[in-house]
Design a protein around this ligand. Structure first.
Ligand SMILES: NC(=O)c1ccc[n+]([C@@H]2O[C@H](COP(=O)([O-])OP(=O)(O)OC[C@H]3O[C@@H](n4cnc5c(N)ncnc54)[C@H](OP(=O)(O)O)[C@@H]3O)[C@@H](O)[C@H]2O)c1
Length: 335
């Protein structure tokens, strides 16, 4: 059995550093775990100068044992099988950087054993599959929260659960790529490492449904917060607005059902409203992107994806369509 496990993280910002930092502390049998972060120059410099500063549970730690690069380099260690420099390679950029990151890191991804998309959104996998075919791809959906306070400094803003699972991929003959015993064992190992890293993790059979369940929440909250500047809880105080939030989610659920996504018999509108209430003080990530002056948000992988699927499937998606255009307007105003 290998005594080294190499884990890479492409686009190590808030969530990537939360995962990478915590994984780098794991002691797992006699196995050495190496973590390599791929990030931007300023963030890299700060981490190389002072270590990654991770604040969680009211405690601050300086983590000094992380490799950090700004471009696709492999950690130079002698006992790694050349073909698989990373056993597990995570992608944690925002969805709007997905394609460019795939292009930039294509070789690194292909030479790793498992590629794990740790992002919000739907439609990400279609893009990954187009660029990297016949490959065993996983998705991870997390309800943990993290914030990059400044370069090299990450704050854990919430403790949640992470769900992981293989997504269905096809080989060149269009046959579904089989997940074998070894893959299942390696998925268990990843789960163990994440749990030891204080990142509570579950393996799920149908990760696609989990992605959609999270999307229903994002569809009902994110663009509304970004457009109004309101915190999640404040959105609920305006009855008319709350009704439109509900209608946006109903459209998304109809699209998912028509698309054949397996959904549990849950009231997703109620779940979205409960999440908004529970996180009432939060400014959602789309609002934060707009407030920080960014000219891009994750709208194309949330409401806008509902619109494109809805149009293909003949589902009325007019609320999501209006929301998508308005957010593009905000993005343009930030240009
Ligand atoms: N943060 C959370 O609490 C949270 C929770 C659950 C899910 N998520 C999801 O996780 C994903 C990541 O979110 P996040 O909040 O961690 O975003 P983030 O803090 O913006 O981190 C992404 C990082 O990737 C960098 N990056 C982009 N392209 C790169 C490339 N080609 N090479 C190297 N670095 C690159 C970005 O740099 P620049 O910004 O300088 O381009 C940024 O530092 C999103 O899909 C989000 O919805 C986040």
């Amino acid at each position: 059995m290998t005594n080294v496990i190499n884990i890479g993280i492409i686009g190590a910002g808030a969530i990537g550093c939360l995962f990478g930092g915590n994984i780098s502390k794991v002691k797992y049998n006699n196995i050495t775990i190496n973590v390599t972060l791929y990030t931007r120059e300023r963030h890299k410099k700060a981490i190389r100068d002072n270590g990654l500063i991770l604040e969680q549970n009211g405690k601050k730690e300086n983590l000094l044992n992380l490799n950090v690069f700004t471009e696709p380099k492999y950690p130079n260690r002698p006992n790694i099988n050349d073909k698989f420099p990373f056993q597990y390679l995570f992608l944690t950029t925002k969805t709007y950087d997905l394609e460019s990151a795939l292009d930039e890191y294509c070789e690194l991804i292909k030479n790793s054993k498992y590629f794990i998309i740790l992002q919000n959104g739907i439609g990400n996998v279609e893009i990954v599959k187009k660029k990297i075919s016949h490959f065993k791809i996983l998705r991870a959906v997390t309800s943990n929260g993290a914030l990059m306070e400044r370069d090299g400094y990450i704050i854990r803003t919430g403790k949640g659960i992470t769900k992981i699972g293989f997504i269905k991929t096809e080989n060149s003959e269009k046959e579904t790529v089989k997940i074998n015993k070894e893959d299942k064992k390696n998925l268990e190992t990843l789960k163990t490492i994440l749990n030891l890293a204080n990142l509570e993790t579950e393996i799920v059979d149908n990760i696609e449904s989990v992605c959609w369940e999270k999307i229903f929440i994002n569809v009902g909250i994110n663009s509304f917060g970004a457009l109004t500047g309101l915190r999640n809880g404040e959105l609920l105080e305006i009855k008319g607005l709350r009704d439109i939030m509900k209608r946006a989610v109903i459209e998304a659920v109809k699209v998912a059902k028509k698309k054949g996504i397996e959904l549990k018999a849950k009231n997703y509108v109620k779940i979205m409203l409960e999440v908004a209430k529970k996180t009432s003080m939060n400014k959602n990530s789309m609002l934060q992107d707009i407030l920080s002056g960014k000219n891009k948000t994750e709208i194309s992988f949330i409401n806008e994806k509902i619109v494109s699927y809805g149009k293909q499937l003949g589902v009325d998606v007019s609320i999501n369509e209006v929301l998508s255009y308005l957010i593009h307007g905000l993005e343009k105003a930030n240009n």
